[in-house]
Design a protein around this ligand. Structure first.
Ligand code: CS2
Length: 498
């Protein structure tokens, strides 16, 4: 590239336009109709991109996005986006090697709530705000998986219940902003969860109402009557940004973007059509609005996300670096498919308009995309929050129905080994990224004296340890894996027997 490199920002946009596709709509007249908490890679590859498509097509002025970070470690993304006038590049990596990249402009502002909670509350309470959407991760909902109830022992929650004007968690912010709207006679916003949780909207509603009940009964009643929480199914595989992504933009387009996002070409968003205060016409850009999202979300969580976890945990032990590496290993590919066919599919509901076999075939193709380089480490990260949502429900339902549990059980035993040793079979250390890592590690380490120690972690496994059938299968797997961690061998043996 001979021309000088150009920093990605609004001022350089017209010059950058000759190198890479840039937003064609006017950004400075966009209103902040959407406030989004959790501006990670996924939001930028998914929701913000759908909004970009809508702005391109219709000029949807009401629906610009204001990002919100509630944690200290959101400071970096805030700084990067601020320096780039909230522009960033999205790099789509196709399975055939083709790459398409474009600059996305639908995010127009960002507020870091850590030291300035009032600015966040004011933004959410502004008449312009119609939707507050969330990607706060599976673990971010402050939910006790044992009881299904709100976790009132969380320190930040205790603080904000005492000090409603100094919120710390998403619930404190939402109630403070809704209270302000109620006081000012403004209609509430819709709360739109975009996390990988079954009934994500219902769960957000239940948690928020439990919190609000403790804080202000009148407000809780208003929320219960007036605020809508559509359930959604969201999908686009979005690896963690790497330095190669940054270099790619620099070398191929001469664009300096400090934090681009790369993703697969596939995307899907299915949303229940119930909104408190209007919504963008996203059906014009491929979003499906339905009455009941449950069959779709269940299918996606239990096939795609669980399929990922199956490959991730076993792949980490085998020493595979990426999901496509796993898919190139025939035993991994067969194992994952057997899990989907024999365990996940039999306990799924019929999904309107979807042929499950085709869906699973398409997942295999997406996982095998050799250009995406989706790291096993990303998939394994926060497994303690993912397993109870992605894999364990399938296992429980098969225990109830007498279905196969062999594949899922091997994955859980392998997860114990992974949490204990953090080593691949070739002796390479595995970096375990999990908020619960210490607890997992401690429980897993006791496996040699108590085989069931790991699965006694009730906040993750519930009462699985009380199922004799599961305990039998699990113990057998633990003995085998601890005697010889050659995971591929055990996977092959299981495939032969099933
Ligand atoms: C992945 C998801 O985090 C995970 O374990 O399964 O991030 C997955 O890539 C997305 O949900 C795809 O939509």
């Amino acid at each position: 590239m001979k021309e000088p490199h150009l920093v990605l920002n609004q001022e350089n946009l017209s010059e950058i336009a000759s190198r890479i596709k840039v937003p064609s709509y006017k950004r400075d007249t966009l209103k902040k109709g959407i406030v989004h908490i959790g501006i990670g890679g996924f939001h930028r590859a998914h929701q913000a991109y759908y909004l970009q498509l809508l702005h391109e097509k219709l000029g949807a002025d009401e629906w610009g996005i204001c990002g919100i970070g509630l944690r200290e470690n959101d400071r970096k993304i805030q700084q990067v986006l601020q320096d780039q006038d909230h522009l960033y590049s999205l790099i789509m990596r196709h399975p055939n090697g083709q790459i398409s990249a474009q600059v996305v402009g639908s995010i127009i502002d960002f507020i870091l709530g850590v030291y300035n909670p009032q600015a966040v509350i004011d933004r959410m309470a502004s008449p312009d705000t119609k939707i507050v959407s969330l990607t706060i991760t599976e673990g971010g909902y402050n939910y006790d998986p044992n009881t299904g109830d709100f976790n009132f022992s969380n320190r930040d929650v205790l603080h904000e219940l005492q000090h409603p004007d100094d919120p710390r968690t998403v619930y404190g912010f939402l109630t403070a902003a809704l209270k302000k709207r109620q006081d000012q006679g403004l209609p509430p916003f819709t709360i739109l969860s975009c996390d990988n949780i079954e009934h994500n909207g219902d769960m957000t509603r239940k948690m928020l109402l439990a919190f609000a009940q403790k804080q202000n009964k009148e407000l809780a009643d208003w929320i219960s009557k007036e605020v809508r929480f559509p359930n959604t199914m969201v999908d686009r595989i979005t690896p963690v940004t790497t330095n190669e992504d940054v270099e790619y933009l620099k070398n191929s387009y001469g664009v300096l973007d400090a934090w681009p996002v790369s993703c697969e070409p596939f995307k899907q968003w299915i949303v229940e059509d119930k909104f408190s205060n209007g919504r963008p016409s996203l059906e014009k850009v491929g979003v499906q609005f339905v009455k009941d999202v449950s069959p779709y979300e269940k299918m996606k969580l239990r096939l795609l996300n669980a399929g990922h976890s199956v490959l991730g945990i076993l792949g980490a032990i085998q020493g595979h670096d990426t999901i496509d590496d796993c898919m190139r290993d025939p035993i991994f590919q067969k194992f994952m498919r057997a899990f989907m066919d024999k365990e996940a599919s039999p306990v799924l509901d019929a999904v309107p308009g979807i042929d499950l076999t085709e869906y699973k075939n398409s997942l295999e193709e997406r996982f095998a995309n050799p250009n995406l380089k989706d790291k096993v480490s990303r998939i394994c990260s926060e497994s303690s929050a993912k397993m109870p949502k992605f894999l364990i429900p399938t296992l429980l339902e098969n225990l109830n129905s007498g279905g196969s549990i062999a594949f899922a059980t091997m994955v859980l035993a392998a997860w114990c080994y992974y949490s204990d040793k953090a080593l691949s079979i070739n002796g390479m250390p595995i970096e375990v990224i999990d908020e619960q890592h210490e607890i997992l590690n401690k429980a897993a380490k006791n496996t040699t004296s108590d085989t069931l120690s790991f699965i006694r972690l009730e906040s993750i496994f519930g009462s699985l340890f009380e199922s004799p059938r599961f305990v039998g299968a699990y113990s057998e797997n633990i003995s085998k894996i601890y005697a010889d961690p050659d995971i591929r061998f055990h996977m092959q043996e299981l495939l032969n027997d099933n």
